[in-house]
Structure formats: C-alpha cells, structure tokens
Write a protein that binds this ligand. Structure first.
Ligand SMILES: [Zn+2]
Length: 253
C-alpha cells in the first residue's frame, strides 16, 4: 500500500521506530526478534532533524565544487605520475600533452592495449623485437632510441642519465650544467625527441613511406630549431651552426 503521507523527511521516514514497526508487522511475526536486534546493531546512520539536501562527500562543507571533482578524477582515474611534467611554451600544445600522457603511462603501447583486453598479434617492441612494448621501453630504454639520446647528449655536450627512464628524461634538464636559456631550449629538444620517437614508431607500423631511422636525428634537429627560433623570443639559433654545440649557437636577443 502506498504511503499516504508524502511530505516527510528522510529522518522521519527512517527512524528506528518506523523500521521496527515495519519489521514486526502482523504478517511477519514469524521473523524472530533476534534478527531485528542484529539489524538494529548494524544501523549506525545518524539522521538529524533538518531539511533534506544533497551532500558532496569530497568537500568538508558538503557543497559541490569543480576543484574537488577535478582532484578526484586526477588521483583516482589518472593516477599519480612519478614526476611532474613541465609546461614548455616553445613546443606546440600536442607535444606537451603527449609528454604528460607518457608520464602517466596513458598511451596505447602494445602492453597497455593488452592490459585492456585487446587481442594483438604481437606484444614485442616494433623497434628491437626483444621485449614487450611499454612506454618506458619505447621512449627511454629501447636500444634503438638509446642511440638517439646519446646523439642528443653529444650534440649538447652533456651526459645521458645513468638510469634511462621516462622520469629520468623529464628530469634530465634539471641535471645538466647549462644556462637558463639553454636549459629551456634543451628541454624543448627533449620533448621534440619524444614526439619524433612516437612519430617514428607510428610510421614504422602504419604508414608508407616510412621515416628512415638514419634520418630521425636530423628531423629532431630540424623541428627543434623550428620551435626555438619561432617561439623563443629571446633566443635564436643559426641553422648553419647546428653542428656546433648548441649553447654556442644561441644568440640571446
Ligand atoms: Zn625496443
């Protein structure tokens, strides 16, 4: 039977007395009262006599906020990255976003696709075919890309991180002894290199003609010079001086 009293609060409707009355209704007298006692011991919800309202659990005030929702999505859905990525204003938006996704291991490598239940013909790295393709391997540890990182290091006159990983690459700029402007440009080169490795991998798998491995370093240099010369207002690099150490090729405006 429908309840004739529709103007009532949750606290009034779910009071202990109401529940008990429902539990020991005439037609349910066969239910032992011990079950009612057990149920009552489990009910620990305290309802106050106030106007009913929706409560947002993520804020102490109970009021909804965009910032608390964003923090929840960042921590629960995206997970925490090992290192924080920097926003580099000298490279296009999509390059910054790619690095951020890589830092959070949110790119469709073969191992990540397999973890999501996608059936693939092969899980090995398409570059070396020796180990499963993870983000760390693809961008930092594959023998093919390690050679690229060593050429970048020689170009800039710095040493590669002792233990190559995504975190080490992101933090590499903090470890090198370069001037402020050179560090900004070196960070640009790192992000451009990550982008070009991603492009090289995708072209290797999906397109023809493919980007040649021996052309990859020159493509990285070309795109790096383009980004620095077009977006860095106080720093320019001369293309014909690119064979020299980049820190010497900068013209601070
Ligand atoms: Zn590999």
């Amino acid at each position: 039977m429908l309840d004739p009293c529709v103007v009532v609060s949750v606290a009034q409707r779910n009071s202990i007395d109401k529940i008990r009355d429902a539990f020991v209704m005439e037609r349910r007298r066969e239910v032992p009262m011990t079950q009612w006692d057990d149920l009552r011991s489990m009910i620990r919800i305290l309802l106050h006599d106030c106007v009913d309202r929706v409560v947002w659990d993520l804020e102490a005030t109970g009021n909804f906020s965009i910032s608390s929702a964003r923090k929840f999505l960042d921590t629960v859905c995206l997970g925490a990255a090992e290192v924080k990525t920097r926003w580099n204003a000298f490279v296009p938006l999509k390059l910054n976003i790619l690095l951020w996704r890589i830092a959070k291991d949110r790119i469709p490598t073969r191992l990540n696709l397999c973890d999501r239940g996608i059936d693939l013909d092969m899980l090995l790295c398409p570059g070396c075919s020796t180990i499963g393709e993870s983000a760390n391997h693809l961008f930092a540890m594959c023998p093919e890309v390690v050679l690229i990182w060593h050429r970048i290091a020689m170009w800039w006159g710095v040493t590669v991180p002792m233990h190559m990983s995504i975190s080490a690459l992101i933090g590499w700029v903090d470890e090198v002894a370069l001037s402020l402007y050179s560090k900004q440009s070196f960070d640009t080169v790192i992000i451009v290199t990550v982008w070009m490795i991603c492009c090289f991998r995708n072209k290797l798998l999906f397109s023809a003609p493919k980007l040649r491995k021996e052309d990859l370093f020159d493509e990285i240099c070309l795109l790096s010079y383009f980004c620095i010369n077009n977006r860095h207002r106080k720093c320019k690099m001369s293309w014909d001086r690119r064979s020299r150490a980049p820190s010497l090729a900068f013209n601070i405006m």
